[in-house]
Ligand binder design. Structure first.
Ligand code: AHR
Length: 520
C-alpha cells in the first residue's frame, strides 16, 4: 500500500448500490487510521498560495480601485479584500500572470501613474491595460496582506536583460541607477523577492516552444537571475501542462542544476472539453461527480511528474510548484468570456479540499501551489461587485485548512465505500491529517457523496485523543453559493456530535461536506 497517497490509500468498496436504492440507506461506516507514529514531511505553507493575474476583474476592481475611489481603500487597494486576504494567512502570491506575464514589460508599470503608458492586454480580451497596478503596487499589496512575492518573468516577448533589470530594480540595496530609480519612485529599501519564474506555459501562450528549446532558453535566463546573496530569488522553470511528462523529463535532464523548482499546471473541467466545460451553477449530479473525479486525477499527475523528478533529483532539492490549479467552467452567462468569471459553489469547496489533501500527501516534492485565481477569476477566493464583496465556499476551505500550513504530514489510511453514479466512481471520503507545533492533530474529512452522510471512526496510531472539536462546511444544494444578496449562505459551522471514542474519534460527516477536526 502506498502511504504517500495518504488520503486515498486504502479505498475499500464496502458496498455500492445504484443511487435510487440508497435514498433510505443508513450512513455507511468509514474507518480512518491516522499514523501519528509515522510523521512525514512538513506541509509547506506555500501550498496555500494564491495567483493574481491581469485578467478581467482580477486585479482591477478586485484588488485595485485606485486612491480616488469611493470604495474604501488603502493606497488604492480595497480594504475589504485586504482584510479578507489577511485573515486567510496567504503565504505567497504569484503575479502578473499567467499568459499575461509573457506580454508584460515591467517598465510600463513604474513611475507616476499619470505618465504610465496605456497598453493592450492582448491575451485577455484586448482590453486597455492602464498599468496603474505595477511593480510597486504588487509588492506593496503583498506586504499589506503579509504574503511573499512570486513574480513570473516575461520570456515570450522579453529578454534576459529586461528580466535581470527587473530583479535589480526590486532587490538592489546599492546606488545603481536602477536602485536609485526605485527610490525616486518611492521605495527606498529593496523588497524581498523569494521566487522568480522564467516564463509561463512556454509550451503554449508563453512562446509555443518545444521542451528541448525551452530548456536552453531557461538556462540562459536563469544565469541572470541574480541579486544580493541574502535576497536571491529561487529560480522557477516553466513546467508541464497536466500529463506532459516529456516536458518535465526534458527540463530535469537538461536544466535541473540551474533550477530550484519547476511548475505544473492542471485545471479541472467537468466535461474535460475546452469548448464546452460545463456550467458553474445549475449543474446536475453527473457534473458533480465528474468534477470531483477529475480533481482526484491530480494525485496521479503529481505522482507521475514526481517519479520523473526523482530520477534526476533523488534528494528532492527541486520543488514541484503546482502554480495553477482549480476548477474551470463555462464563463458566467452575460459576462465577457475573456474575463473567465464563474460562480463558486459548494462543489468548488469540495474540489479545493480534495486538491489540498492531495498536495499534503505529496508534500515531500510539492512545495508550492497557487489556486487560480485570487479574486473574480476562475475558482476565486473572493468575488466583488462595485463596493460589495463576498467570500466564496473555496475561501472558507482555505480558512478552515489554515492549521495545515507548516504542519507535519501524518499518513492516513481510509477504508471507505465508493460514491458512484452511472459509470463514475470515487471514494466517498477523503481524509488528510497533520500535527502542528503544539502537538495537536488536525484532521480534514471530505465527503464527496451528495446524498449520504458517513459514520466515521478515527483511530490514531501512536497517540490517544483526549478532546475533539470541529467545523463543517456544507449546504442543502450541490451548487449552493454565496451571492451579493445572500453573502453568508455557505459558511463553516460548528460540527456537532464529534466525540472521543476509545482513544480515537467518532463523528457523523454530513453529505457533500468538508470538515476539519482539531484533536488534542
Ligand atoms: O489562469 C488562466 C490562464 O490559464 C493562465 O493565464 C494561463 O497560464 C493558463 O492557461
Amino acid at each position: 500500500m502506498d502511504r504517500a497517497l495518504g488520503t486515498l490509500a486504502l479505498f475499500v468498496l464496502v458496498f455500492s448500490l445504484p443511487w435510487p436504492v440508497m435514498a433510505d440507506t443508513p450512513s455507511p461506516a468509514v474507518d480512518v487510521t491516522v499514523h501519528a507514529d509515522q510523521p512525514g514531511p512538513k506541509i509547506d505553507r506555500d501550498l496555500y498560495g494564491q495567483f493574481a493575474e491581469h485578467l478581467g476583474r482580477g486585479i482591477y476592481e478586485g484588488v485595485w480601485v485606485g486612491e480616488g475611489s469611493s470604495i474604501p481603500n488603502t493606497r488604492g487597494f480595497r480594504n475589504d479584500v485586504l482584510a479578507a486576504l489577511k485573515a486567510l494567512g496567504v503565504p505567497v502570491v504569484r503575479w502578473p500572470g499567467g499568459c499575461f506575464a509573457d506580454i508584460y514589460h515591467w517598465r510600463d508599470g513604474i513611475g507616476p501613474r499619470s505618465s504610465r503608458p496605456v497598453t493592450i492586454n492582448a491575451t485577455w480580451g484586448g482590453v486597455e491595460e492602464s498599468n496603474a497596478f505595477g511593480t510597486h503596487e504588487f509588492l506593496d499589496f503583498a506586504e499589506l496582506i503579509g504574503a511573499r512575492a512570486y513574480i513570473n518573468g516575461n520570456v515570450g516577448t522579453g529578454t534576459p536583460q529586461e528580466m535581470a533589470d527587473w530583479i535589480e530594480y526590486i532587490t538592489s540595496p546599492t546606488r545603481s541607477s536602477l536602485a536609485e530609480l526605485r527610490r525616486k519612485n518611492g521605495r527606498d529599501r529593496p523588497w524581498r523577492l523569494p521566487f522568480f519564474a522564467v516564463g509561463n506555459e512556454t509550451w503554449g501562450c508563453g512562446g509555443g516552444m518545444r521542451a528541448e528549446h525551452y530548456a536552453d532558453v531557461y538556462r540562459n535566463y536563469a544565469t541572470f537571475i541574480r541579486g544580493p546573496s541574502d535576497n536571491r530569488p529561487s529560480r522557477v522553470a516553466s513546467g508541464a501542462n497536466s500529463g506532459d511528462v516529456h516536458w518535465t523529463e526534458t527540463l530535469m535532464a537538461q536544466a535541473a542544476g540551474s533550477m530550484d523548482a519547476i511548475t505544473l499546471h492542471h485545471y479541472t473541467l467537468p466535461t474535460g472539453r475546452w469548448d464546452h466545460k460545463g456550467p458553474g451553477r445549475g449543474f446536475g449530479e453527473a457534473d458533480w461527480i465528474a468534477t470531483l473525479q477529475g480533481t482526484l486525477q491530480m494525485d496521479g499527475l503529481i505522482a507521475k511528474h514526481a517519479a520523473v523528478m526523482d530520477t534526476y533529483d533523488p534528494g528532492k532539492r527541486v520543488g514541484l510548484f503546482v502554480d495553477e490549479w482549480g476548477t474551470w467552467y463555462d464563463a458566467t452567462p452575460g459576462t465577457n468570456t475573456a474575463f473567465l468569471e464563474q460562480p463558486n459553489t459548494l462543489r468548488d469547496a469540495v474540489a479545493a479540499a480534495l486538491n489540498l489533501g492531495i498536495f499534503h500527501a505529496h508534500a515531500d516534492r510539492v512545495r508550492m501551489a497557487n489556486i487560480a485565481q485570487m479574486v473574480n477569476v476562475l475558482q476565486a477566493m473572493i468575488l466583488t461587485d462595485k463596493d460589495k464583496m463576498v467570500l466564496t465556499p473555496t475561501y472558507y476551505v482555505f480558512e478552515m485548512y489554515r492549521p495545515f500550513q507548516d504542519a507535519t504530514f501524518l499518513p492516513a489510511d481510509v477504508a471507505t465505500p465508493a460514491y458512484e453514479l452511472a459509470s463514475a466512481s470515487v471514494p466517498m471520503v477523503q481524509a488528510s491529517a497533520a500535527r502542528d507545533a503544539s502537538g495537536g492533530i488536525t484532521l480534514a474529512l471530505v465527503n464527496l457523496d451528495p446524498h449520504r452522510s458517513a459514520n466515521v471512526k478515527v483511530k490514531i496510531a501512536g497517540a490517544l485523543a483526549r478532546a475533539v472539536s470541529g467545523r463543517v462546511l456544507t449546504a442543502a444544494a450541490m451548487d449552493a453559493e454565496n451571492t451579493f444578496g445572500a453573502p453568508e449562505a455557505v459558511k463553516p459551522a460548528a460540527l456537532q456530535g464529534a466525540r472521543v471514542d476509545h482513544g480515537g474519534v467518532a463523528v457523523v460527516l454530513p453529505a457533500k461536506a468538508v470538515a476539519v477536526l482539531r484533536i488534542q
